[in-house]
Structure formats: structure tokens, C-alpha cells
Unconditional design. Structure first.
Ligand SMILES: [Zn+2]
Length: 166
């Protein structure tokens, strides 16, 4: 049985936002940790669903680097077409339950810090939404830690979620 890793953003007077990440996703992204100097950045999109009437999102599928992605030590650029095809197929086969809920990429840092470019990209994504749900999530996987941020549809603020121990 797989468990889940939970990240939470507590907010005043509103339900906390939670991202529930399937353990198998953690195992999957761990294959891309940049813990050796020759390993380039990796990334992909996050696919999951929102729990009805809650600010809980379940992340259960990711895409991994595809051909034509640009992968350097300090740079990852996703070729939209291949990842979009995967999103579309999963959306169809899940009858619309599984949607694009964000993006992930790696950094060669123990505790990953988003670059100014990362933050700008994320803000662009939420400000001009081309997605279905209320918010998006952004994951950066460092060599020791995984961190999660979120932003709400149409907003321009990015906030970090914190790892919640059961
Ligand atoms: Zn980055």
C-alpha cells in the first residue's frame, strides 16, 4: 500500500490548502535528484485532482523529461507538445478527473531556492490561467529537500506549503 506525503498552507479564516503527494511520485522524482555533477535539471508537469468541496489536491501522476526538452545543469526547458499530449490522454482516460495541477523541476541545491525566473514563470502561469482548477502547485526537488509552492488562479502571489508530519 502506498502512503501520501502532505504539504499544507494554513491561511486565516479559510480552509488550509493541502497537496497530498502519492509516495510513488516521491520515488519517481528521486530518480532525477541532481546529486552528481553530470546530472542535468529535470522536470515535468503535475497531474492530479481536487477533492470536492476542499482545498485538498491529490498529486498522483507526473510527467518526466521528454525528448526535445532542453536539459542543462542549471536549466530545464520543457517542450510543451509532448507533455501536453500526455496531459490530454490522461484527462480523457480519467473522464476529466485528472487535470494539470502544476509543474516540477530539480535544482542542484540541498535546499532548493526558486530563481527569480522560476517565480516569474509561476506568476505568469497563475495570472493568465490556462488550467481548470482553482490553483497551481510548483515543486522544486533539491538534493536533500523537496519544496512546494502554490498560487491561486488570477492571483500574483506565490506561497510556500510546509511539510506536515502525520
Ligand atoms: Zn528553477
Amino acid at each position: 500500500m502506498w502512503g501520501k506525503v502532505i504539504f499544507t498552507l494554513n491561511q486565516n479564516n479559510v480552509k488550509p490548502v493541502r497537496l497530498l503527494i502519492d509516495d510513488n511520485i516521491i520515488f519517481q522524482v528521486n530518480n532525477f535528484v541532481q546529486n552528481k555533477s553530470f546530472i542535468p535539471e529535470s522536470g515535468g508537469v503535475l497531474i492530479g485532482s481536487q477533492v470536492i468541496d476542499k482545498q485538498d489536491y491529490i498529486l498522483n501522476i507526473i510527467t518526466v523529461p521528454q525528448r526535445n526538452d532542453i536539459r542543462k545543469r542549471y536549466k530545464y526547458f520543457r517542450n510543451k507538445k509532448y507533455h501536453q499530449d500526455i496531459i490530454d490522454n490522461i484527462w480523457l482516460s480519467s473522464n476529466g478527473l485528472s487535470n494539470y495541477i502544476g509543474e516540477w523541476h530539480t535544482h542542484p541545491q540541498e535546499l532548493p531556492e526558486p530563481s527569480a525566473k522560476d517565480i516569474n514563470n509561476w506568476k505568469k502561469r497563475i495570472k493568465h490561467p490556462t488550467f481548470y482548477l482553482d490553483r497551481l502547485f510548483f515543486i522544486i526537488l533539491g538534493t536533500q529537500h523537496l519544496r512546494v509552492w502554490t498560487g491561486a488562479r488570477g492571483d500574483s502571489i506565490i506561497k510556500e506549503l510546509l511539510y506536515e508530519k502525520e
